[in-house]
Design a protein around this ligand. Structure first.
Ligand code: HSE
Length: 412
């Protein structure tokens, strides 16, 4: 039986999850592949720290050279996260003739083009299934089983932290701040939650999906992005009255030669499958011209779900090595599709306003919308006290940007 030796960079949560997935399922993996997979070296800058996992200490190395210069290691698995030094490590591994597997969405979203070109030049494989939606095998699905489709759109709940917060706000009527504090206490949200709550993490993942689904290079910084920190319990309650749930959606659409995309808290009709994706779960809803609508659902984070995706990539690469295939086009990021990138599209929006309760005020507001060519679908008014009134307005097919209490509505 052929032994494939693997060098792993990092032994944090995902590193441990990957190691454990291989250990607990070793027999099944060997049976299914006819290969003996062995993680022989692990880059661990602080071997003195107890990682809470039983790994023979002789596997630990503190210098990446010990992995890159080991001729027996054919796959390097990058699990340290962040853009640098992870990108440099992956590039060095490809230059050293290793195949690379990573879970790193930030590095792939930013430097995927360079790494893909380098992999091609070196005739080595680069895979990154775990970088988008953790345990959900969405990249494999769109680059293999669904490859015959032209895709027209994708909507994803790609961040578990924000989905957990929005779910708790919806179920408990609690404020954003209170739920975030509670989530941090329970370890569901990072001490610095900025990348998650401001939509940056979801934008990284959407950038990767856009490249694989539509062949277009749209960097995460180019994606119009708003997080959930402005979503209030009032927004959630009013959305419910209109028949919607609020979700942080990462969306992209290719239509008539134009690509639109954004990451925004959005109103999702209660009968849409994405509306029932709750807590830390992720989902990707994708539409292809042959397959029609498909939804993938599962855990988007966590050591074992992410480890399952990393191991899937490792096995995929190991099978190629066994067949002596040095390079393949699977997970091949593309950036040059003939699509005009126009940023945020034209969508229905929800607007929440507070105004003084005076005769004629409603007329003035609706006239102002009319002046700007904005068509109102539904409007709900509720007196707040003797002076003020709250207005909730659903508008049709208009793009309204840069107003804090405007939430996108998912077309149903
Ligand atoms: N922080 C991410 C989330 C998981 O909350 O979904 C890793 O991508």
């Amino acid at each position: 039986m052929q032994t494939i030796k693997i060098g792993m960079l990092g032994i944090g949560n995902i590193g441990k999850g990957t190691y454990q997935t291989l250990e607990i399922n070793r027999e099944k993996i060997t049976q299914a592949t006819g290969l003996d997979l062995e993680i022989t070296k692990i880059l661990n800058r602080h071997p003195e720290i107890d990682r809470g996992i039983d790994i023979p200490r002789e596997k630990y190395v503190t210098d990446i050279k010990e992995i890159l210069e080991d001729p027996e290691i054919s796959i390097v698995v990058e699990l340290i996260g962040g853009i640098e030094p992870a990108t440099t490590f992956m590039a060095d591994a490809l230059r050293a003739g290793k195949h690379v597997v990573t879970a790193n969405k930030a590095a792939i979203a930013k430097n995927g083009q360079m790494l893909t070109e380098l992999a091609q030049k070196q005739q080595r494989i680069l895979r990154f299934e775990a970088s988008v939606a953790g345990g959900i095998p969405i990249l494999n699905a769109i680059t293999s089983a669904l490859i015959s489709n032209e895709f027209s759109s994708v909507q994803g709940i790609l961040n578990g932290t924000t989905n957990y917060i929005l779910t708790k706000m919806t179920e408990e009527g609690a404020s954003y701040e209170d739920v975030l504090k509670d989530a941090q206490k329970k370890g569901f949200a990072e001490a610095d939650p900025t990348a998650d709550v401001e939509g940056i993490d979801a934008a990284n993942k959407l950038s990767i999906l856009i490249s694989l689904l539509f062949g277009k290079g749209v960097g995460p910084d180019e994606i119009p992005t708003r997080g959930i920190s402005n979503v209030s319990s009032e927004d959630i309650a009013f959305a419910e009255k209109f028949g919607y749930k609020i979700k942080l959606l990462a969306s992209a659409t290719s239509k008539d030669g134009q690509l639109t995309c954004d990451v925004e808290p959005s109103l999702v009709p209660q009968d849409h499958p994405l509306a029932n994706v709750n807590n830390e779960y992720n989902a990707v809803y994708v539409t292809g011209n042959a397959v029609d609508n498909l939804m993938f659902y599962g855990k988007g984070a966590g050591p074992l779900p992410t480890g399952s995706a990393v191991m899937g990539d490792i096995i995929g690469v190991a099978r190629k090595i066994e067949k002596d295939a040095a390079y393949d086009l699977m997970s091949h990021l593309r950036y040059d599709a003939d699509l005009e990138f126009i940023g945020e599209g034209c969508n229905p929006y929800y607007i929440r306003l507070q105004t003084y309760d005076r005769p004629g005020i409603l007329g003035q507001i609706t006239s102002t919308f009319g002046v700007y060519g904005i068509s109102i679908k539904t409007m709900m008014q509720q007196a707040l006290n003797s002076e003020k009134t709250a207005l909730d307005v659903l508008i049709q097919n208009q793009s309204v940007a840069s107003v804090d209490n405007v939430l996108r509505v998912l077309n149903s």
